[in-house]
Design a protein around this ligand. Sequence first.
Ligand SMILES: *[C@@H]1O[C@H](CO)[C@@H](O)[C@H](O)[C@H]1NC(C)=O
Ligand SMILES: *[C@@H]1O[C@H](CO)[C@@H](O)[C@H](O)[C@H]1NC(C)=O
Ligand SMILES: *[C@@H]1O[C@H](CO)[C@@H](O)[C@H](O)[C@H]1NC(C)=O
Ligand SMILES: *[C@@H]1O[C@H](CO)[C@@H](O)[C@H](O)[C@H]1NC(C)=O
Ligand SMILES: *[C@@H]1O[C@H](CO)[C@@H](O)[C@H](O)[C@H]1NC(C)=O
Ligand SMILES: *[C@@H]1O[C@H](CO)[C@@H](O)[C@H](O)[C@H]1NC(C)=O
Ligand SMILES: *[C@@H]1O[C@H](CO)[C@@H](O)[C@H](O)[C@H]1NC(C)=O
Ligand SMILES: *[C@@H]1O[C@H](CO)[C@@H](O)[C@H](O)[C@H]1NC(C)=O
Ligand SMILES: CC(=O)N[C@H]1CO[C@H](CO)[C@@H](O)[C@@H]1O
Length: 895
Amino acid sequence: MTSFSDSVRVSTAVTCILSSLVGLGQAGPSAASANAQIAAAAAAQGWVPDGYYVPPYYPAPYGGWVDEWRQSYTKAKALVDSMTLAEKTNITAGTGIYMGRCAGNTGSALRVGIPQLCLNDSPAGVRHADNVTAFPDGITVGATFDKTLMYQRGVAIGKENRGKGVNVWLGPTVGPIGRKPKGGRNWEGFGADPALQAVGARETIKGVQEQGVIATIKHFIGNEQEMYRMYNPFQYAYSSNLDDRTMHEVYAWPFAEGIHAGVGSVMMAYNAVNGTACTQHPYLMNALLKDEMGFQGFIMTDWLAHMSGVASAIAGLDMDMPGDVQIPFFGNSYWMYELSRSALNGSVPMDRINDAATRILAAWYKMGQDQGFPATNFDTNSGAAVNQLYPAAWPFSPSGVTNEFVQVQADHDVVARQISQDAITLLKNDGGILPLSPSQHIKVFGTDAQKNPDGINSCTDRNCNKGTLGQGWGSGTVDYPYLDDPITALTAAASNVTFYNTDSFPSVGQVSASDVAIVFISSDAGENTYTVEGNHGDRDASGLYAWHNGDQLVQDAASKFSNVIVVIHTVGPLILENWIDLPSVKAVLIAHLPGQEAGTSLTNVLYGHSSPCGHLPYSITKQEADFPSSVTTLINSEFLNQPQDTYTEGLYIDYRWLNKNNTKPRYAFGHGLSYTNFTFTAASIKKITQLSSYPPTRSAKSGIPNFSQAIPSPNEAVAPSGFNSIPRYIYSWLSQGDANGAVSDGKSSKYAYPDGYSTSQKPGPRSGGGEGGNPALWDIAYNLTVTVQNTGDEFAGKASVQAYLQFPDNIGYDTPIIQLRDFEKTEELAPGETTTVTLTLTRKDVSVWDVVAQDWKVPAVDGGYKVWIGDASDSLSIVCHADTLKCETGVTGPV
Ligand SMILES: *[C@@H]1O[C@H](CO)[C@@H](O)[C@H](O)[C@H]1NC(C)=O
Ligand SMILES: *[C@@H]1O[C@H](CO)[C@@H](O)[C@H](O)[C@H]1NC(C)=O
Ligand SMILES: *[C@@H]1O[C@H](CO)[C@@H](O)[C@H](O)[C@H]1NC(C)=O
Ligand SMILES: *[C@@H]1O[C@H](CO)[C@@H](O)[C@H](O)[C@H]1NC(C)=O
Ligand SMILES: *[C@@H]1O[C@H](CO)[C@@H](O)[C@H](O)[C@H]1NC(C)=O
Ligand SMILES: *[C@@H]1O[C@H](CO)[C@@H](O)[C@H](O)[C@H]1NC(C)=O
Ligand SMILES: *[C@@H]1O[C@H](CO)[C@@H](O)[C@H](O)[C@H]1NC(C)=O
Ligand SMILES: *[C@@H]1O[C@H](CO)[C@@H](O)[C@H](O)[C@H]1NC(C)=O
Ligand SMILES: CC(=O)N[C@H]1CO[C@H](CO)[C@@H](O)[C@@H]1O
């Protein structure tokens, strides 16, 4: 087992597979339909609560009717028209896990110039690669509330992926949105708010795709916890049950924004929604993504989440990743050769396959990948220069060059460090203890202050919490090129530092009143692939308390020192009540997940080279139970039944819930202190577009491709004679006998299509019409400006300006009291310096989803909307009125 044992990466991968294999299932065509039936059974069995159902929606809408994509579609369709059936089905699926250099590798169509496409994680950079940057995680980026930094990180991530030859980058993550504070992968995304996620996704996608790399917005949708997210033959994935309005106004909102930004691909989640697996969900793919949101790119599965052949194809799936059935390594697939069979037997209409192939190639053309795109030059399966090329073909894999060690970091450490620094969120600073002076004597406590002594990458996919916590764990990670840890930076910044590398409070001898203790604590989470210290991805064991007895460490330090500063590296909210009010706990900073730049970014803030300017991308409550049990409870497995995760809290996640329930958090969403003070004055609101109740009528789809329906000759699916295949590699070919047999199957029997199945293309819903939805939804309705001044006299700093919308009363819709709609970060303002910030509200921002009309409705045109402006959701001192177009300053906020 050389290739497996000499590579850390592959051995992890094996762990990953093993965990997905918790049981064994059969592969091949019978399994395909069996799985589809199983999924359908969930609803039929009555496991899904009353009222939740999957509306049929067929056929899969074609792409190609949006102007921005027209040229790419024309090229793509022309190419697809010249391809054989086996070429088309080769590019719509992967060749099998560990059957190529990247996390996913599509089949090629070299005859017509289409290479294999490399699909690779992670939302924070290039996973399993050398000479790359380990960028700060999404939650850290969200905490900057800085659109420019979000964009610049996207640019850098795009450049690194391009430099390594990654065609399709598997990010950004906006689902999970962060509904459950204990959810395992919330840190991959930008924070527990649809607008914050939407802006994070949009800016990231722009930055990445401008480099010619296809971005993938994921995971659609309802993957709000890690445990029981995946189907296996013994266990159903949980079903996220959510109503139409909650879907539109909360969970789909960031996806719509990403699609509006032109994202090239969408990844479907592992779990089910309303009882049906996302990867074969006709309403999610055909209705929401492709028709209503006008998505023009391609939809892929999450890894090993493919459940069925025909059912997933007609439900709108375009790409099966990494190509295998749920049990990999045997060379079995629901697509590839089975999709060729399904085409020949007539079960998957040929125009569906033409559309899927065209969507993939259109994205490829749109990013300019037909010209000068670098070939993949690294290998996620091995760090060696030469190794087995197809580890899953062991022991038959040929060897070859696996890594060329291309250096792609450039100066990306600069933006990475800036983000880590600007994310640092100062929660408390009693007596102005911060910033410190270099001459102060510092005692540092906690193993989180120093990098993992076993090696920064010693835990594969960061599946341990040892040393400085710079990233969560799982597929959302990047191997560190280095880790600038806090203790190194502190030692460099201060003249007298003593480090106690322990999480149990040590004997410290005599402490003087002026001594400062800095205590490092952490809380980790990640993907369900790994269990870390009893946490199964989600924080099910630790709950919302610091790991490694960190809360005790703080209390012990506070009993000895009168000046305690707490630095927290965390994936999300923690309960701080055990120590937050202790008089000696003077300052608390959340440094989030800083990636490789954990040290200097922190000391720059601690020593006042920069004022902290991060803001909380979630609320920190006093107790977990301040949220409803629907979000505090992690769904458990159910023997033989499908676990149900029903979103009874509806629109009311995070601060929306707390405000509705009049519960004061410890620190509100958006909170973050500075070393200086800012005033917000001279606010104004201007009406930009006169709205109507509903958006103007969408235009009809024009110029949609005329895809051929004709079933090709069976010969198009047969391998050329003498083709030398790699064992267990997944190909799109059938034997001549099977190909001929498929044609006769199609004549003698018919696939049992679901109710509501149809093959005639529809005009599309009234709420659609462009990428993301009706283009008028992005019309600017109101502009607001506010003057920001740094009124301090010592420190420069950046101000966060946040705009929260309050709908008018009596509109007939229950709406959250306030909802974040836009935000801006100022440049660094010197003491006394002033700037003007503009915020915008689009038509969509002032709309609710009308479930009856199935459209976005402005419930009170020119009505009494209030736009609250401030620097946190509970610090809103300006209100602007959409009806009178006047603003007031110095007011008391709404919550
Ligand atoms: C889930 O069921 C609700 C009905 O309660 C329906 O409105 C919604 O569209 C369904 N969502 C999906 C994605 O099927
Ligand atoms: C499918 O892709 C594989 C991998 O690149 C390649 O070997 C094979 O020839 C392709 N099949 C067709 C029909 O082009
Ligand atoms: C066509 O092939 C697919 C894939 O094997 C299978 O699921 C489907 O039932 C077949 N249809 C017919 C009519 O035989
Ligand atoms: C560092 O500070 C400690 C007190 O905290 C003091 O005892 C020690 O002498 C100092 N070391 C130096 C080199 O100044
Ligand atoms: C509000 O929160 C309190 C305290 O957690 C709880 O007892 C109460 O049931 C909540 N009210 C609502 C309407 O959810
Ligand atoms: C900011 O203003 C508040 C109240 O006006 C004041 O108490 C505080 O000291 C000021 N902080 C700074 C850093 O200037
Ligand atoms: C669409 O293609 C079919 C053949 O596949 C052809 O008969 C028909 O005229 C075409 N329609 C248009 C509008 O090009
Ligand atoms: C509204 O604000 C946007 C964003 O700053 C700006 O591009 C636009 O020109 C403004 N429109 C008007 C009429 O001021
Ligand atoms: C310039 C540079 O950092 N090169 C590194 C690329 O990755 C290899 C393998 O990790 C290192 O050995 C090189 O030092």
